[in-house]
Structure formats: structure tokens, C-alpha cells
Write a protein that binds this ligand. Structure first.
Ligand SMILES: [Zn+2]
Ligand SMILES: [Zn+2]
Length: 250
């Protein structure tokens, strides 16, 4: 047998102590569920089977346009359809998923965003065809909020979706031009729309013109944020804008 090439030997030398460190880390800090802290069999898992089973799919009859459970089209979409041609979400924003998303944002748990993105990528969503999409674009954070949080959860989720489905990703062409206050839950849709209107712009040299672009976010509540971002993409020449989120407030 020929000796291993120098690069492989070097890698082996580097990895042996890393493996030992991983073993020690597992002993000192055993891998735990990102939500309930139950111990996990594998460090690469993020949610325990109980918490994963608690994710509530948005099933049954839903509006083909906005994805809300109920009539198709729903009364809102029949009245004023809005700029998003299709909006879907993986699960209801409640229980274990709500906990996971709050921990992800407040506790800077990037691995939770990666895990939720991978789960969403693997989910079959009604009326959703991945191959119809031409570009993914996460909802950007304002630079001040990005600095405070340390990462954009929507970008991490979008990266997982892009990887799973071989789709191109635009991370920095859609920008937030105005820091908007956190969307309060109590606000109605009109107030939220007014809050985010004109808060997005696209940079010169953007790739959106003529393409079917899918906006990605972690949670959709009234859809006002996606709505404002979609208007910016359409104004920049996007052919069609769809939206996808991990969770949806019902
Ligand atoms: Zn758990
Ligand atoms: Zn609808």
C-alpha cells in the first residue's frame, strides 16, 4: 500500500486531536435538544424526537395564494390579492417550534436555524413546486439589528433551502433601508403594512429582473414584511415573487 499523500496525513494528524476533543466535549457537555434540553443520541441532531413530533403542519384545505387554512381563494385574496403570487409555511407558530424560533433569535442558536431550514427543505408543501423557483432571497435585517443579533436567521434558513434544492441565492441585493420597529403582535395588518412600506430597496447589479424569486423568512404573521419586500422586487423587474417561511402565525 502506498503511503497516504502529505495532505491526507496532515488532515489525519489534525483530526485525531479533534476527535478526542469531540469525545471529551460530549462527556462534559452532552448534546441536548435545542428546545427541551433532553439529551440527544447524536450531536448532529438539534431537536429531540418529542419536540420534532410536536411541529404542527398547516394541513387541510388552504388558500392557494396566501396559504392560510380555509377557502380557496380566501376572502382577503379574492378582494385584494397583494404582490405575492404564492405563500407557504412549514408549520404553525406554536409549541416547540415557537420555542425553537425564540431560542434561535434571542440565544443566537444558528444550528436551530440550519435545522429548521433543512426540515423545511424536506417538507412537501401543497401547491409548491421547487423547480419553478429561479432564485431565493432571504428577508434582510437592518444592519443595526444584524449587528445586535449577530446573524440573519432568514439567511441561514435560505442557505439550507438553496443547498437542498440546488437553487441560486441572493444574500445582499435586497436591503432594508429603514430600521422598522419590531412588528408588535397586537398590530393589525394595515398598521403593519404602513410600518414596513418602503423599508426595502434593491442594489444596483441585482439578479431579480425577469425571474421567479422566492422570499424566505422565519415567521410570517400578517405577511406585511414579505408584502413590502415583494413590492421592491417587482419594482426592480422580478417576473413573479413567492414567499416561504418556516412558521406561520394563525
Ligand atoms: Zn426536545
Ligand atoms: Zn388567501
Amino acid at each position: 500500500m502506498s503511503p497516504a499523500p502529505p495532505r491526507a496525513r496532515l488532515l489525519g494528524l489534525l483530526c485525531a486531536p479533534l476527535d478526542a476533543c469531540q469525545g471529551l466535549l460530549d462527556l462534559l457537555l452532552p448534546p441536548a435538544c435545542g428546545v427541551c434540553q433532553a439529551l440527544l443520541d447524536e450531536r448532529r441532531e438539534v431537536l429531540c424526537p418529542n419536540c420534532a413530533a410536536e411541529l404542527e403542519p398547516l394541513g387541510g384545505a388552504l388558500c392557494g395564494r396566501c396559504g392560510l387554512p380555509g377557502a380557496d381563494p380566501c376572502p382577503a385574496c379574492r378582494g385584494e390579492p397583494g404582490p405575492l403570487s404564492r405563500l407557504r409555511s412549514g408549520w404553525a407558530y406554536e409549541g416547540a417550534l415557537q420555542q425553537a424560533i425564540l431560542r434561535m433569535k434571542l440565544g443566537r442558536r444558528i444550528e436551530l436555524a440550519e435545522d429548521l431550514g433543512a426540515r423545511l427543505a424536506a417538507r412537501a408543501l401543497p401547491g409548491w413546486e421547487w423547480q419553478e423557483l429561479e432564485l431565493l432571497a432571504p428577508i434582510p435585517l437592518h444592519p443595526r439589528r444584524l449587528h445586535a443579533r449577530g446573524f440573519n436567521q432568514a439567511a441561514v434558513i435560505a442557505r439550507a433551502l438553496a443547498r437542498a434544492h440546488g437553487l441560486p441565492l441572493s444574500l445582499d441585493h435586497l436591503v432594508r433601508t429603514r430600521a422598522t420597529p419590531e412588528q408588535a403582535r397586537a398590530q393589525d395588518r394595515a398598521a403593519r403594512l404602513a410600518n414596513v412600506r418602503g423599508a426595502f430597496a434593491v442594489r444596483a447589479g441585482h439578479p431579480f429582473a425577469g425571474r421567479c424569486v422566492c422570499l424566505v423568512d422565519d415567521v410570517v404573521t400578517t405577511g406585511a414584511t414579505l408584502h413590502a419586500a415583494a413590492e421592491a422586487l417587482l419594482a426592480a423587474g422580478a417576473r413573479e415573487v413567492r414567499g416561504l417561511s418556516v412558521a406561520r402565525t394563525l
